[in-house]
Ligand binder design. Structure first.
Ligand code: CO
Length: 208
């Protein structure tokens, strides 16, 4: 890829934006008021804003390998606190994707160096749901299900934070688990039943 193309694209993008709204960048410079925090995978095929059709200023975005929310990761935890408590978003989304290489690596025996502790979080998801996953014979179906269960457990990690527990008490606030299907381009709402899941574990994680 010729990097000079990126700067040409940027000039074209500026012209395109100004054609429809002469004040576009002036308005952007006034501040942001996003209503959604999106946590997704860094995978170059899963572009957050493009697949959602959202405009600059609408979605606060955090991406890392396999859309993880590790409890001790200062980066994702800071993003959650800033988005939920300061920007006051009403929705937090964890968006996984089928054929995620991070999830695939966690299903294999592979020494990935500094990535090992990161991927171990996904192995922990596998252990939590081992009975369900072991019952799936088809390898691709098992892989896809682990992607979904990983999204679910990262959503639960979000609900363990005090910022999110406060937001649930104070206002209309929802955590969502989605999956992007690279094969079709479709964004799928997993419609995770958090009430059912949290009923069983909230007595452990409630801190507010
Ligand atoms: Co991925």
């Amino acid at each position: 890829m010729d990097l000079s193309r990126i700067f040409r694209n940027n000039q074209e993008w500026i012209a395109e934006k100004l054609k429809t709204d002469a004040d576009f960048f002036k308005n952007l410079s006034q501040g942001q008021n996003p209503n959604v925090l999106y946590i997704g995978c860094s995978d170059s095929r899963v572009t957050a804003e493009e697949l959602m059709g959202t405009q600059p200023g609408e979605v606060f975005v955090h991406r890392n390998i396999a859309n993880m929310v590790p409890n001790t990761d200062l980066s994702v935890m800071s993003v959650i606190t800033y988005a939920v408590t300061h920007l006051k978003v009403n929705h937090v989304v964890v968006c996984g994707h089928y054929y995620c290489n991070g999830v695939k690596l966690a299903m294999a025996s592979a020494d990935m160096g500094v990535l090992n502790p990161w991927l171990r979080n996904i192995r922990d998801v596998f252990r939590l749901h081992k009975a369900e996953l072991d019952a799936i014979v088809d390898e691709e179906a098992k892989y896809k299900r682990l992607v979904e269960l990983n999204v679910q457990e990262q959503c639960v990690n979000i609900i363990k934070t005090s910022d999110v527990q406060k937001a649930y008490k104070d206002r209309e606030f929802t955590v969502h688990g989605w999956v992007f299907d690279i094969h079709t381009g479709e964004l799928i709402d997993l419609k995770i039943d958090f009430d059912k899941i949290l009923n069983e574990i909230m007595e452990i994680y409630r801190i507010i």
